[in-house]
Design a protein around this ligand. Structure first.
Ligand code: HXC
Length: 257
C-alpha cells in the first residue's frame, strides 16, 4: 500500500503514477522517492505495460525535494545515506516514461520530470531549479540533465538565479517535448503513452536506449551502438510484422517480441 502515490492503468498497456502529497505540493520526501522508484521498477518488469505516465496535480507536478525533511540533516547524514542516489532506479527503467507536468516542477520536481523520456507540459507549468535560494545546489541531476537539455547558458541562468520559467520558455529552450492546454493534459498524456505502448515494446525500449546513449558517448561510438541495435531489431517478430503490415497496407499487430 503506497501513501504518497496512486498507481492505476488508465489505458491498455499504460500505467500511471500520480504523485499524491497535495498538502506539500507533492514535495518529494524519502518515502515518495522509495514509492515512486519501487512502483516504476515493478511496472518496468511487467510485460503488459508499454509506457508509464508520471504526473502530479493541476497545481504542482512536484515543488521539489522535501525541504522540511532536509532542513535538519547534516553533511555526514546525507553523505552516509547517499541522499537521492535512490533516484537512479528511475534512470534504469527501460519502459518509456511520459512526464505530464502542470503547475510547479521545481528543484527535485524539475529533475524528476527530466528523468522521463517525453515531457508534456501544461500551459500552466513552471520549471525552475531554486536550490540556490536555499543555500544548496541541485542534487537529483539538475546541473547535468538540465545542461544537456537546454545548454550551458540557459542552465547557468536557471541554476544560479533560481528563477522560474513558464511552459513557453521551457519549450523554446528544449526542456519540454510539447505544450498542451492544462485541461487536456491528463488525456493527452495517456494518449501519448498509449501510442507508444502500442508500438513494438522491444523497439521502443531499444529506441529509448539509443537516444539516451547520445548523452553518454562520442558520436562515432553512438552511431555504431545505434546501428547494432537497429540490426538487432531484425531478430524480432515485430520487425517482420511491422514491415509486412506496411507492404500489405494494413495496421501492424505487434506482439511485443
Ligand atoms: C516541503 C513544501 C515544499 C517543499 C511547498 N511545500 N514546497 N514542503 N518541501 N519543496 C509546502 C509548503 O511549506 C506549504 O506547507 C504547502 O506545501 C503549500 O505551499 P505554499 O508555499 O503555501 O504554496 P504557494 O504559496 O502556492 O507557493 C508555491 C511555491 C512554494 C512557489 C511552489 O511552495 C515554494 O517556493 N516551494 C519551494 C520550492 C523549492 O524551493 N523547491 C526546491 C526544493 S530543494 P504548509 O504546511 O506551510 O501549508 C530541492 C533540492 C534537490 O528540490 C536537491 C538539492 C539538495
Amino acid at each position: 500500500m503506497t501513501e504518497t502515490i496512486l498507481v492505476d492503468r488508465p489505458a491498455e498497456r499504460v500505467a500511471r503514477i500520480t504523485l499524491n502529497r497535495p498538502q506539500a505540493l507533492n514535495a518529494l520526501n524519502r518515502q515518495a522517492m522509495n514509492e515512486i522508484t519501487a512502483a516504476a521498477a515493478e511496472l518496468d518488469r511487467d510485460p503488459d505495460i508499454g509506457a508509464i505516465v508520471l504526473t502530479g496535480s493541476a497545481k504542482a507536478f512536484a515543488a521539489g525535494a522535501d525541504i522540511k525533511e532536509m532542513a535538519p540533516q547534516s553533511f555526514s547524514e546525507v553523505y552516509a545515506a547517499d541522499w537521492f542516489a535512490g533516484w537512479e532506479t528511475l534512470g534504469r527503467v527501460r519502459t518509456p516514461l511520459v512526464a505530464a507536468v502542470a503547475g510547479y516542477a521545481l528543484g527535485g520536481g524539475c529533475e524528476l520530470a527530466m528523468m522521463c523520456d517525453v515531457l508534456l507540459a501544461a500551459d500552466t507549468a513552471k520549471f525552475g531549479q531554486p536550490e540556490i535560494t536555499l543555500g544548496v545546489i541541485p542534487g537529483m541531476g539538475g546541473s547535468q540533465r538540465l545542461t544537456r537539455a537546454i545548454g550551458k547558458a540557459k542552465a547557468m541562468d536557471l541554476v544560479l538565479t533560481g528563477r522560474m520559467i513558464g511552459a513557453e520558455e521551457a519549450e523554446r529552450a528544449g526542456l519540454v517535448s510539447r505544450i498542451v492546454p492544462a485541461d487536456a493534459l491528463p488525456e493527452e498524456a495517456v494518449a501519448t503513452a498509449a501510442k507508444i505502448a502500442a508500438m513494438s515494446k522491444p523497439a521502443a525500449m531499444l529506441a529509448k536506449e539509443a537516444v539516451n546513449r547520445a548523452f553518454e558517448t562520442s558520436l562515432s561510438e553512438g552511431l555504431l551502438f545505434e546501428r547494432r541495435l537497429f540490426h538487432s531489431t531484425f531478430a524480432t517478430a515485430d520487425q517482420k510484422e511491422g514491415m509486412t503490415a506496411f507492404v500489405e497496407k494494413r495496421p501492424p499487430e505487434f506482439r511485443h517480441g
